[in-house]
Design a binder for this molecule. Structure first.
Ligand code: BG6
Length: 490
């Protein structure tokens, strides 16, 4: 990996503490950072370098999956860190920053490869991108890259405006848009599971698959993010990005070669082929809900409307379920069901692929039934692939009967890098496979836009669901219309 400077906007923020510093530290432990590198942390406040390094150390002790031992000397790692105060709206501050970066580049003999990481509130994205361009920070002889976190816009139009501004300073292939779901082990594993296994590849189509269910349920509520979440809702917070990305990764067809470009091209074909909904057909295919008071883990919890900071009478969605069709010859007639919600019965991110079951009546004469084969990909909190098939029970007493049996592959979580480790490592190496390309982001907004408009115009009911449940009944009905049901709900 080439030596570089890691310029972190938002160095005192929560994401930096919880994810970015621990990720850098773990990469360092694994020998995955270049020999020489410089980290310049930026924030509004004046902080002395020593204090900043102390804060970074603190975050490693608190959040790193491999915590430094008591008394361990972290100097070799922390000596790369410097802090620089910066007001994002002051052009002068960027010029001073350029000076500070160049000084460190000279001290360490670094080439001017620069990675800019925007770990700041989205309202600052545009200003920072423009200033990177105007201050000369982005004029390097080496490479320059930008890592940016969602939200990429609030709707289709603002996403396009943001992208235009980013493009003033960065080419598309220099922009690494993080969707942390793409950093998850099992989401990355999808590609291997489907493409590297001829047996699975052979059945990955409408001939054999009845329907696909993608669930991202959470037990947490809105927490301390009321101001953001009440404006975003589940549709922007989870659906437009994470769920549609998982859908693309699940449904993409076989590329000619595994390269970042080919994978992104195949993903793009899927999102392009999503049958659009219009403001008027949203009602048939989308369910929106909001959690009401209920019980979780034996404790009563308040409804969304009574959470601190929520606008009184808010009709924000905390749950969305959708039925999507992919107008691609390989997927014709296969519904993809997606749902996500806060304050649901369990934290579970999973994909369930239900296969067609032409053998259902085969055993009628014996008064037995077969269950459909299911391939279950658990993404979070377990990381596991299971296959459910029919087998004869091995009971010794009585008649042996057909019953579903399960084959499991568990990933050893104790040795796994976190999503942020993988993604930062990839960005440092210039591998964009697991980052969201602008085409995907734009097409995802394009698909979601009529839904946003229908929500805004209150064209569909806002179903209350009890906290601790599996969401509103309407979400079950959505599947029943095709004779399906959500699998594996607690
Ligand atoms: C984030 C959302 O992108 O993903 C949060 O903003 C959500 O609201 C989180 O809780 C879920 O991520 P994970 O990795 O816990 O499934």
């Amino acid at each position: 990996m080439e030596a570089m400077t890691f310029v972190l906007f938002g160095a005192t923020g929560d994401l930096a503490k919880r994810k970015i510093y621990p990720a850098l530290y773990n990469l360092y432990l694994d020998g995955k950072l270049p020999e020489a590198f410089s980290v310049i942390g930026l924030g509004r406040r004046e902080i002395a370098d020593e204090k900043f390094r102390g804060n970074v150390e603190q975050s490693l002790r608190q959040f790193s999956r491999r915590s430094p031992a008591e008394g361990e000397d972290l100097t070799p790692f922390l000596s790369s860190f410097r802090y620089h105060p910066l007001d994002v709206s002051h052009p002068d501050d960027y010029r001073k920053l350029l000076g500070a970066i160049e000084t460190r580049e000279r001290e360490l003999g670094l080439p001017d490869n620069r990675l800019f990481y925007l770990s700041v509130a989205p309202e600052f994205f545009d200003a920072i991108a423009v200033q990177i361009q105007e201050s000369g920070l982005g004029s390097t002889r080496g490479w320059k890259r930008l890592i940016i976190e969602k939200p990429f816009g609030h709707d289709l139009q603002t996403a396009r405006e943001l992208n235009d501004n980013l493009n003033r300073a960065f080419e598309e292939d220099e922009i690494y848009r993080i969707d942390h779901y793409l950093g998850k082990t099992m989401v990355q594993n999808l590609e291997t599971l489907v493409l590297a296994n001829p047996v699975i590849q052979a059945v990955w189509n409408k001939e054999h698959i009845s329907n696909v269910q993608i669930t991202a349920s959470e037990t947490v509520g809105v927490e301390e993010r009321a101001a953001y979440y009440d404006q975003a809702g589940a549709i922007r917070d989870m659906f437009q990005n994470h769920l549609l990305q998982v859908l693309m990764m699940t449904a993409m067809r076989r590329p000619s070669q595994i390269t970042a470009g080919n994978i992104r091209e195949e993903k793009r074909k899927i999102i392009e082929a999503l049958r659009p909904v219009s403001k008027n057909t949203v009602q048939e295919n989308i369910v929106r809900g909001q959690y009401a008071a209920g019980e979780l883990g034996g404790k009563p919890v308040v409804g969304y409307a009574n959470e601190p900071g929520i606008f009184p009478g808010s009709n924000n969605d905390t749950f969305v379920a959708a039925r999507l069709w992919i107008d691609h010859p390989d997927w014709a007639g296969v519904p993809f069901y997606l749902r996500t919600g806060k304050r649901m019965a369990a934290k579970s991110t999973r994909i369930v692929v239900e296969f067609k079951n032409p053998t259902e009546d085969l055993y009628a004469a014996k008064n037995e039934k077969t269950a459909p084969n299911l391939l279950i990909i658990e993404i979070n909190p377990n990381e596991k692939i299971s296959f459910l098939f029919n087998g004869k029970s091995s009971r010794t007493e009585g008649e042996s009967r057909i019953e579903p049996v399960e084959m499991n592959f568990w990933v050893d979580q104790s040795v796994l890098p976190e999503a942020y480790e993988r993604l930062i490592f990839d960005a440092l190496n210039g591998d964009a496979t697991f980052f969201a390309h602008w085409h995907e982001v734009e097409l995802a907004w394009q698909w979601v836009q009529p839904v946003l408009e229908a929500f805004e115009a209150d064209l569909l009911p806002l179903h209350p669901y009890a906290a601790g449940s599996n969401g509103p009944d309407a979400s079950d009905k959505l599947l029943q219309e095709q004779g399906h049901e959500w699998w594996l709900d607690p």
